[in-house]
Design a protein around this ligand. Structure first.
Ligand SMILES: [Zn+2]
Length: 208
C-alpha cells in the first residue's frame, strides 16, 4: 500500500494553531512517527509536506500535487484542533463512503486513548480532501488548547493509534536501548555463566 502522509502546516506562511502546545510541533512529531511505522510495516510512504511555500494556498496545493503525482492509495492529513480552551476530543473529516470507512477504525483507535468522540464529519469544505484524487482523511487528533486533551496526548500513542487504524497492525516494538537485566533472564544467565567461567579460570578447585 502507498500512503501519502500530509503533516499539517510546518511550511511558513502555512503555520498551525497555537494553544497550550503548538500545532506544528505536534503534527510533525506524530507525522514522522506515523511515516516511520508505516515504512517498518513494509508500506510505501510519500511525505506530502512541502519544504517551502509562498502562501497557505500554495502549501495546500503542493500537498495535493505530491499525493496525486505519486498516485498514493490513501491520503492522510494530520492536524490538531484549537477553539476556546473548553472544546475537546477527536474528529476525522472524510468525503466519500470509502474514506469514511478508512476513518472509522482510525477514530476508534484514537478514542481508546480517552478522547471525546466528535465523530466522522463531512470534509467537503477541506481543500486537501477536495483536491486529492484518492480516498483521503483529515485527522484532527485532539485540541491543543484543551488542558484535558493535552494531558491525554502522547505522540507515540497517537502515532500507534493512527497506524493501527489504517493498517490493522503495528510494527514490532523497538528494542529497549538500555535493557533492565533483571527483566531479561537470558542476559542474567549469561552474566552468571561468565562469572562462573572467570571463577573456574582463577580457581581450579571450583567444581561445576
Ligand atoms: Zn491544522
Amino acid at each position: 500500500m502507498r500512503f501519502g502522509i500530509d503533516i499539517g502546516h510546518n511550511s511558513p506562511p502555512d503555520t498551525g494553531a497555537n494553544g497550550i502546545k503548538f500545532e506544528d510541533n505536534l503534527t510533525l512529531d506524530v507525522g514522522n512517527r506515523v511515516m516511520g511505522k508505516l515504512k517498518d510495516l513494509g508500506h510505501q510512504v510519500i511525505d506530502c509536506k512541502p519544504a517551502k511555500s509562498n502562501s497557505v494556498g500554495n502549501s495546500l496545493q503542493q500537498r495535493c500535487s505530491r499525493a496525486n503525482a505519486s498516485k498514493v492509495d490513501i491520503f492522510v492529513s494530520i492536524h490538531f484542533n484549537a477553539f476556546n480552551g473548553f472544546a475537546n476530543g477527536t474528529e476525522i473529516f472524510a468525503i466519500s463512503d470509502t474514506s469514511k470507512k478508512i476513518a472509522k477504525p482510525v477514530l476508534d483507535e484514537i478514542l481508546q486513548m480517552g478522547f471525546f468522540n466528535r465523530g466522522i464529519k463531512n470534509g467537503s469544505h477541506l481543500y486537501v480532501l477536495r483536491n486529492t484524487n484518492m480516498s483521503g482523511i483529515l485527522i484532527e487528533c485532539c485540541f491543543i488548547d484543551s488542558a484535558k486533551d493535552m494531558k491525554l496526548f502522547d505522540s507515540e500513542a497517537m502515532a500507534n493509534a493512527i497506524v493501527k487504524g489504517l493498517t490493522g497492525k503495528l510494527p514490532t516494538a523497538p528494542v529497549i536501548s538500555v535493557p533492565d537485566e533483571s527483566l531479561n533472564p537470558d542476559v542474567s544467565l549469561l552474566r552468571l555463566q561468565k562469572a562462573l567461567n572467570r571463577l573456574r579460570i582463577t580457581d581450579s578447585r571450583v567444581i561445576l
